[in-house]
Design a protein around this ligand. Structure first.
Ligand SMILES: Nc1ncnc2c1ncn2[C@@H]1O[C@H](COP(=O)(O)OS(=O)(=O)O)[C@@H](OP(=O)(O)O)[C@H]1O
Ligand SMILES: Nc1ncnc2c1ncn2[C@@H]1O[C@H](COP(=O)(O)OP(=O)(O)O)[C@@H](O)[C@H]1O
Length: 268
């Protein structure tokens, strides 16, 4: 895939090159073997990747020129842009809201609600979730420190691409190491680290996916909080306590923070 800003499209093989599930080698094989059902699944996965990334390009304003060669040029910063979904962003509003915390802390719940709220407020926002990213783009990645870092690198790559076109990226990844989150902070243009704080005992009692029980039985090695570290962020932009508050209260706190500290137009 081109990363020089000259190409606005993502071809099927580009999605595959990102390393996603059936979009990689397996796809090449199934397509070659002419297996219709698997082939359709491959293309669906590739298109999901395409949709996620290409949605960044839905927010280009009316002054944006899309050339026959597929290159784009963005109009002046501050212009209101309208996408198919009816959301609007001003160029230069792209930022990343990075939710970090233990499994079961509430990252996905908050990220999903926040993305919805932003979209309803007319802000183009995309949710990049750990589980989903790993399913589509995480081919071969486990949970060693190196693999987690690679996972974060891929998420940062996508977030940067979305940000470049004014889209707010809402990222929910455990991202357990300070070094990894600092990499994201240094790489992304506008970045807010949100610590989704919940005591391990509460996460374990929730055990949304039954993974803590498995980890305690020794069936999942290197499980964050049980047999692998989680480094509490030393200075996040915001901490949300999910043990004592509802998801809606947490999202209201986040929206209030964004209103005060960013240029997002949230008072509509
Ligand atoms: N060993 C181990 N440790 C932690 N989590 C595990 C593990 N194995 C599987 N899972 C499931 O994978 C989800 C975490 O993926 P992430 O991509 O967010 O992790 S990381 O940022 O790369 O550390 C995590 O999802 P969430 O519960 O939504 O956080 C778990 O469902
Ligand atoms: N304030 C809160 N914020 C987020 N989730 C909460 C909150 N209070 C209770 N929960 C519950 O905790 C669970 C969190 O699960 P999830 O969002 O998948 O966590 P994570 O993505 O961090 O693994 C959900 O069942 C959710 O309903």
């Amino acid at each position: 895939m081109r990363t020089d800003g000259k190409s606005a499209g993502l071809a099927h093989e580009d999605a595959a090159a990102l390393g996603g599930g059936r979009t990689g080698e397996v796809c090449a094989k199934t397509v070659a073997q002419g297996n219709d059902e698997s082939e359709a699944a491959c293309y669906n996965d590739a298109h999901r990747v395409n949709d996620g990334i290409a949605s960044a390009f839905n927010w280009l304003d009316s002054k944006t020129i899309v050339t026959a060669a597929g290159s784009v040029s963005q109009a002046d910063a501050g212009t209101i842009v309208t996408g198919e979904g009816g959301t609007t962003n001003a160029a230069g509003q792209g930022m990343t809201i990075w939710l970090t915390g233990l499994s079961g802390a509430g990252k996905s719940t908050i990220a999903s609600l926040l993305t919805d709220r932003l979209n309803k407020l007319g802000i183009a926002a995309e949710w990049l979730d750990g589980d989903e990213l790993r399913r589509i783009l995480g081919k071969g990645l486990g949970f060693s420190r190196e693999d987690r870092f690679e996972n974060i690198r891929r998420a940062v790559y996508l977030a940067e691409m979305l940000n470049r076109h004014g889209v707010v990226a809402v990222v929910s990844l455990i991202s357990p190491y300070t070094e990894m989150r600092d990499y994201a902070r240094q790489t992304l243009p506008r970045f807010a680290e949100v610590y989704v704080d919940c005591p391990l005992e509460v996460c374990e009692a929730r055990d949304v996916k039954g993974l803590y029980a498995k980890a305690r039985r020794g069936e999942i090695p290197s499980f964050t909080g049980i047999s692998d570290p989680y480094e509490v962020p030393p200075s996040p932009e915001l901490t949300l306590n999910t043990a004592g508050q509802t998801p809606e209260e947490n999202v209201n706190t986040l929206i209030a923070w964004l209103t005060e500290h960013t240029s997002l137009r949230l008072n509509k």
